[in-house]
Ligand binder design. Sequence first.
Ligand code: XIL
Length: 381
Amino acid sequence: MNTFALVTLLVLAGCQMSRVAGGDDRAGVPIEPTREPTLPEAAEGRFLIGTAIMARALDDPAVADLIRTQYNAITAENELKPKSVQPEPGAFDFTAGDKLADFAEANDIALIGHTLVWHQQAPAWMFEDEAGEPLPRDEALENMRAHIHTVVKHFKGRVHGWDVVNEAISDNGPYLRDTPALRAIGDDYVIKAFEFAREADPDVELYYNDFNIELDYKRDKALRLLAELDAAGVRPDRVGIQGHWLIGGPDIEQLERGLTAYFDAGYDIDITELDIDMLPRDAAGADLDISPGAVGNPYADGLPDERQQALADRYREIFELLTKYDERISRVTFWGTHDGATWLNGWPVRGRTNHPLLFDRQLQPKPAFDAVIEVLQAKKQ
Ligand code: XIL
């Protein structure tokens, strides 16, 4: 190979590497993370504006700048989940979590710990024996206690709040989801998790976090769990409503009914995982292996103007609702920083191109960003 061919190859390889997930090329596009006002500036006095990130996002200077500028809270997207932190009994790994904590501290950003107990991304050994049978209650409780104590104490003073238990409410059963923790410990595993977290750090905020608990089919079950936590003396500081919503629903009246039910019951909330899915779901369900072809990947080359506008309108109505109740809401966190880094590119269908956030793959603010800023800046009614 002559030198020219080699140089050409290297240049091509370089271009390839500068591509971000989803195929857009960021090279040559001026980044505008400093556009004024920023989201936290516009939301000041109402709520924190957060983003879920993985520690490696901080290695990309443009992304790190965007996070620093446009968000004043970060949630660990994966790296503080039980399987990441304690894959094997007693083998704790805080590397990624410490990196997030250092970044948060250096930039005056609130770090949210996600999550201490969840049935996914959790090591099997914590609640099950090798045959997959539930461990005896005492053993499972001790595993959960040791995990929660070690993790919460490690981050004491550096984490603003913990999602103590994630997604404990059943979607189709009468009350709690059937999980390894529940099978080993019993329904009170949620109460125990909050007790252990409170013991480990008397000052940190503690949240119960779940999806669709604002909707009619799950709300009463969640309110029952909150009442039980309250009765046990471990009332969560706030309720995390994930907010993985769709472009087509739930409609805003339903969301308002859902949020106000919590306010009426005396609970304040956070929106903890906000994104708006722009892609068809159909029969996809949660089957990760279904091919993109089966349900389609209509916006692989970008969002058409009309859809871009629909997304802006959807965010506008959502933020109109959230600002209306901002006295009861402390934080609104997006699940991802930009469209190149959203789990919805891979869920519920692998390998699609989704556009659920306020910044596109080139880190540019979308019309939805302008809509949100406008609502945040509008005078309170
Ligand atoms: C998701 C992450 O975004 C993905 O990177 C990971 O592969 C799976 O988990 N509800 C939650 C989050 O509480 O922890 C999930 O995060 C998204 C759904």
